[in-house]
Write a protein that binds this ligand. Structure first.
Ligand SMILES: [Zn+2]
Length: 318
């Protein structure tokens, strides 16, 4: 019997035998309609629980980090309408950055910078600012890191560990997700960052469902959307201060404030997933105001956080 609350497809399937001799086309239609709700059920909107993230942050024993730094090493000039759908075409700077989570005895790098050749790709013909000294500083910090993770598999975040003379050595202390490796192997953003099978094997490759604690106070949060391998990086300092590094989920924090995605024809995102993430981040800013959400490329936000003493544009090289 068909239950009163059965999905429409189930109802159709139940009555379908009646039509069997009348119209095979109807049967086919019933099958299609029946399949549709199941597909929708499988695609639940992206969501994650901050309480679970905080719990996971306490699972790896040891002292928590004490400081967070960001280092800007290059710029892209993009008017704001590309970063935030519907925004006016005002001039805007996309800072190319890497983050450093400093522990008492070592540090973790979040993102690994990029060399000038990869930077050129992002200029799409224009010659955009690249600070050689700052980029070299990022590379030195990456070389000296205890552990490296990346927010996603795009060149401006990952090139520092997949190209260059020290790449093979860096891979042994770099955690990439299975998805990030798969994308870098089979459909990299640019040919320069394609991983060979041999190079891919050198990395520490992980697969996880929702959360992965990687160090005291640091949790990776799966957030496919901007790219298939995108993840957020939660950081809780010893002082109790909390950050959520959201990579490129939003290029500008107005995307979070207004819950609006990008409008950049050159990126292919899972727009529904990104919107669900923006909505979650938007709510988080209200329900957990002590947690500081940080976008990788939002120059205005980094300047404001530096002014408030929450983030400094420097690296501690050890
Ligand atoms: Zn980026």
């Amino acid at each position: 019997m068909v239950q009163p609350d059965a999905p429409f497809g189930v109802v159709l399937a139940a009555v379908a035998p009646v039509f069997r001799r009348i119209a095979p086309v109807t049967l086919a239609l019933a099958f299609v309609l029946q399949a549709a709700p199941a597909g929708r059920q499988a695609q639940e909107p992206w969501s994650v629980d901050l309480a679970e993230i905080r719990h996971a942050a306490g699972l790896v024993p040891g002292p928590r980090p004490v400081r967070l730094h960001v280092r800007k090493f290059a710029e892209s000039r993009r008017t704001k309408n590309f970063s935030v759908r519907g925004a006016p075409a005002d001039p805007s700077v996309q800072a190319r950055t890497a983050f450093q989570v400093v522990f008492p005895d070592s540090y973790v790098m979040v993102d690994a910078g990029m060399d000038r050749d990869v930077h050129r790709f992002f200029g799409r013909g224009a010659d955009e600012p690249y600070d050689d000294a700052a980029a070299a500083e990022v590379q030195r910090a990456v070389n000296g890191a205890r552990l490296i993770v990346v927010t996603h598999e795009h060149g401006d975040h990952v090139a520092g560990v997949v190209r260059g003379a020290t790449a093979a050595k860096l891979a042994a202390k770099t955690v990439l997700t299975r998805t990030q490796v798969d994308v870098l192997r089979t459909r990299p953003q640019m040919p320069e960052i394609r991983l060979t099978a041999a190079a891919a094997r050198r990395f520490i490759v992980v697969d996880y469902d929702r959360l992965l604690p990687v160090a005291p106070g640091i949790v990776l949060v799966k957030a496919a959307g901007h790219t298939p391998g995108s993840q957020l990086v939660y950081v809780a300092l010893e002082s109790g201060r909390e950050y959520l590094l959201i990579g490129d989920t939003a290029w500008h924090m107005d995307g979070v404030r207004l819950v609006r995605g990008k409008d950049a024809p050159w990126v292919t995102e899972d727009e529904a997933a990104v919107l669900a993430q923006l909505r979650w981040l938007h709510d988080l800013a209200r329900t957990a105001p002590q947690l500081q959400i940080v976008a990788s490329h939002d120059e205005e936000q980094h300047t404001e956080l530096a002014r408030r003493g929450m983030l400094s544009n420097r690296l501690e090289i050890r």
